[in-house]
Design a binder for this molecule. Structure first.
Ligand code: UDP
Length: 499
């Protein structure tokens, strides 16, 4: 339990592992900078399908971070109806809100909570902060560009009359690259849908996050976007996010760039790391579609054959049984499989035998941060989840951007067209299917493009090494994100003392 000299921060997360990791790594960062100052309680809604395979992460948290797992909320109705990842995450957080409230109220009876920080998918928690009269923030585990899309969503809704995907030309976003309507987040793709309605509600709540929004990004990565946002920040004394705002009465809350917050390594020595030890520097392509991305059977075939034809070494992890819905296993234990549903059986016939010297395929969870930090890794074929993007940048690994769902296409546009640290996979629609596939010939071209000699690949590799340096600088003692966190910490410490 916290002592009287510690400042107590409450976090509210959502039932998605990558969100939980991000907000808890932020808490670890706070404690790393100010070991004895903070006590953190993280309130975590759960689902009946929540996986125990991630317990290693929670078990290794420092002792002044305390997690409270709430009783699981029922969301089978949403799952059965094929609701999107965003709907499921947001509504399951909504349904847990009364338990979150009870927990916060009971906590505040024994300790003074200085600030509440809620995950971007649980913005209703801001109301609880108001009720308890504590500072309340959103933790935004995505890019500043996606935050900018959220801030602009209301204007876009007024200005664009058709579906965004049918909008001719690119959609301009101040301080960002212009993007095609198709690259806006999934929730915006059907304007008559519940997903869109919930998305607009969520974005409105971000505008109401008066104390601020903490973004897992860094100034040097998204400077123009941050400046464009800052121009609209409302005045909040000298406590402005990154100090770039003019505080002259805009309607955006202060935005604090606190990243890159990435998972600290587990120092495990799993089979794949031993295999990487035996490979040449920069020679292996790492392939992962995140904690829940799945491919269709046709796409598994094309990817396998593309990897084989490229003749480059590869490490393909989290292989899952095929599903035409890319996010089908996001909330279930996608990495753990029944024996009779062994994902390896869905690989093309003879593939494993033919590539046994060329690559390693794993069905389970990989120590991604260690993998990306391994000297043998030359590139990352990624679904562009924001954590994966940041981990790749932090380790200076060029990417092949292969987005699947949620806001991953916006991230793919950012890393390929904006930051120019990735080549983007193009979908073909050979059989008129709505999802389309990336064909093996395209996969070979992409792999050669990022891994081999040639102007394009060299430029991408140079750019990502440059960003790696900037990412590391941002987290140094006098780095931009550390200074931003210090501003917040000073405010919280001052308040903590006076409580
Ligand atoms: N991850 C991992 N091992 C795996 C797959 C994923 O450690 O086999 C981690 C990865 O390092 C990242 C997170 O899980 O921190 C995935 O988050 P991301 O935002 O990239 O994608 P999501 O899982 O939300 O789709």
């Amino acid at each position: 339990p916290p002592t009287t000299t510690t400042t107590h921060i409450a976090l509210v997360s959502v039932p998605a592992f990558s969100h939980q990791v991000s907000i808890l790594e932020f808490a670890k960062r706070l404690l790393h900078l100010h070991t004895d100052t903070f006590h953190v309680t993280c309130i975590i809604p759960t689902l009946s399908s929540s996986s125990s395979k991630h317990s290693f992460f929670f078990d290794s948290l420092p002792r002044n971070i305390h997690c409270i797992f709430l009783p699981s909320v029922n969301f089978q109705d949403l799952n059965n109806n094929g609701a999107s990842v965003e709907i499921q995450t947001q509504l399951s957080a909504s349904r847990a809100m009364s338990s979150v409230r009870e927990t916060l109220v009971s906590l505040s009876r024994t300790t003074a909570i200085t600030a509440l920080i809620a995950d971007a998918m649980a913005p209703e928690a801001l109301e609880l902060g108001k009720e308890l009269n504590i500072l309340s923030y959103i933790y935004f585990p995505c890019s500043t560009m996606v935050l900018s899309i959220c801030f602009h969503s209301r204007n876009l809704d007024h200005e664009v009359s058709c579906e965004y995907k049918d909008h001719p030309g690119l959609i301009p976003l101040p301080g960002c690259i212009s993007i095609s309507g198709r690259d806006l987040p999934d929730s915006m793709q059907d304007r008559g849908s519940l997903a869109y309605k919930l998305f607009l509600q969520r974005c409105q709540r971000y505008l109401d996050a008066h104390d601020g929004i903490l973004v897992n990004s860094f100034m040097e990565l998204e400077e123009e976007t941050t400046k464009a946002i800052s121009e609209h920040e409302h005045g909040n004394g000298n406590e402005h996010g990154n100090g770039a705002g003019n505080g002259n009465g805009g309607d955006y809350p202060p935005v604090y760039l606190v990243g890159p917050i990435t998972q600290s390594g587990s120092r495990s020595r799993c089979e794949c790391l031993l295999w990487l030890d035996k490979q040449q520097p920069d020679s292996v392509l790492y392939v992962s579609f995140g904690s829940g991305g799945t491919l269709s059977q046709e796409q598994i075939n094309e990817l396998a054959l593309g990897l084989e034809l490229s003749k480059h070494k590869f490490l393909w992890v989290n292989l899952r049984a095929p599903n035409d819905r890319a996010s089908a296993t996001y909330f279930s234990d996608g990495g753990l499989v029944d024996d009779d549903d062994d994902p390896l059986q869905f690989l093309p016939k003879g593939f494993l035998e033919r590539t046994k010297e060329q690559g390693l395929v794993m069905c389970g969870w990989a120590p991604q941060v260690e993998v990306l930090g391994h000297r043998s890794i030359g590139a990352f074929l990624s679904h562009c989840g924001w954590n994966s993007v940041l981990e790749s940048v932090v380790h200076g690994v060029p990417m092949i951007a292969w987005p699947l769902f949620a806001e991953q296409r916006s991230n793919a546009a950012l890393v390929s067209e904006g930051l120019k640290v990735a080549l983007r996979a193009k979908m073909k629609n050979p059989r008129g299917k709505s999802n389309g596939v990336v064909v093996k010939e395209e996969i070979v071209e992409l792999i050669k493009g990022v891994m081999e000699e040639g102007l394009e690949g060299e430029e991408i590799r140079r750019k990502v090494k440059e960003l790696k340096k900037l990412a590391n600088c941002a987290m140094m003692e006098d780095g931009s994100s550390t200074r931003t966190i210090e501003k917040l910490v000073n405010k919280w410490k001052r308040l903590g003392k006076s409580l």
